[in-house]
Write a protein of this length. Structure first.
Length: 379
């Protein structure tokens, strides 16, 4: 290793300032006599074997620590200041002789460890990124890569990105599988993104939720005088089950029926025991007949409404017809204000023979209505 200019140092010609600043002598001027002495072949020939071996091991370290900063500055800034016995004295041009260096095996091992530690610290300080686990110099690089990879995988699996409590990836995968499996078949009471087929006002949706959870079957049967089993089936169908409902051509949604205040108010009015008008009684009677028969026909496989585009008129309204039968249009008319023939559409639209069959005032013949409807529709 040869640095141009450093071979021109001369201890006999150095002044005090040159010795302190450790800078090479100025280029010879015309008036300055040229030193007749031959230039030494190796400028570091007088260095001890240990120091030369150390410099050969890492020439960057040699340039940084042996040849650049002054001694007083190096002592204040360097983390690995070299032992004074290994550095050229500013007051003396003579370097430390080999006799002054320890030559026992233990001292050699200590110097080797210090050399490795110094080199390691320089690498860490020169890096912009922190080094977590720096392997020894004699450790195979593959082991270091494997260890770093394992540490990184462990950190990713054990610490969430938001800094919250650690979690297990297996638990997360299990929760995802569980949530996917929880989506049951159609027409089952499951929690989905949209609770109702279509949203209503907050008051209407709260009312349907309240009725869904209410224990009101006995009160409804007592106050209306109508069969409890019919009321139970109608309540499950209207408030407690989810369904597939076509809301337009080729547009089917799944959820609870869209809440309507007229149905909810009537239901709670009857359940409360409040005095009922004749109109209230007829409305409740026709509502139960409609929901009961509709429920039975849907269980038999008839859709609530057909999603076929031909089943909808030009205004986007369902058009009852024999070509596109549906449970909603086949069931008795709902919430009538006066007693009337609830099966009138069987004659005018659906062409279902009924032989003068009508819904009984006490709803006692609803099973017969269901049977005749299924026969007329070929179910």
């Amino acid at each position: 290793m040869y640095w141009p200019g450093y071979s021109n140092w001369s201890s006999t010609e150095q002044g005090a300032d040159e010795s302190v600043n450790r800078r090479p002598a100025d280029a010879p001027a015309a008036r300055t006599p040229i030193d007749p002495r031959p230039e030494p072949e190796d400028p570091f020939a007088s260095y001890s074997p240990e120091l030369r071996a150390h410099m050969l091991h890492d020439d960057t370290l040699a340039r940084l620590q042996y040849l650049s900063p002054p001694n007083d500055e190096a002592e204040s800034t360097s983390h690995d200041a070299i032992t004074p016995s290994l550095v050229e004295s500013p007051d003396d041009d003579e370097r430390t002789s080999e006799a002054e260096l320890p030559d026992d095996a233990a001292s050699d091992a200590v110097r080797a460890d210090e050399s490795n530690a110094s080199t390691t610290r320089l690498v860490v300080e020169a890096s912009d990124e922190p080094v977590a686990n720096l392997a020894p110099l004699d450790k195979p690089a593959a082991d270091s890569v494997d260890a770093a990879t394992k540490d990184q995988e462990s950190a990713v699996d054990s610490v969430p990105a938001d800094g919250s409590a650690p979690f297990e990836t297996d638990d997360v995968a299990a929760r995802i599988d569980s949530e996917s499996a929880s989506v049951a078949g159609l027409d089952e009471t499951v929690e989905l993104e949209h609770e109702f087929i279509e949203d209503a006002t907050p008051e209407e949706m709260d009312q349907y939720r309240r009725i869904r959870e209410a224990d009101d079957l006995d009160a409804l049967a007592e106050h209306s005088g109508l069969p409890r089993d019919v009321i139970e089936e109608a309540k499950q169908h209207l408030f407690q089950r989810q369904h597939d409902v076509a809301i337009g051509p080729d547009d089917v949604r799944h959820g609870y029926f869209t809440p309507f205040a007229s149905y909810g108010d009537l239901w709670e009015q009857v359940a409360s025991g409040a005095e009922l008008t004749d109109r209230n009684r007829v409305e409740f009677w026709s509502l139960l007949a409609h929901e009961y028969v509709e429920s039975k026909l849907m269980k038999a496989g008839l859709p609530y409404l057909s999603a076929d585009p031909g089943a909808w008129d030009e205004y986007g309204m369902p058009d009852p017809s024999a070509a596109y039968p549906s449970a909603h249009n086949t069931a008795p008319l709902s919430t009538r204000s006066t007693r009337t023939d609830l099966l009138i559409l069987w004659d005018t639209k659906l062409k279902i023979p009924r032989d003068h069959l009508q819904v009984a005032d006490d709803l006692s013949n609803l099973e017969e209505v269901v049977r005749v409807a299924k026969e007329g529709l070929g179910l």
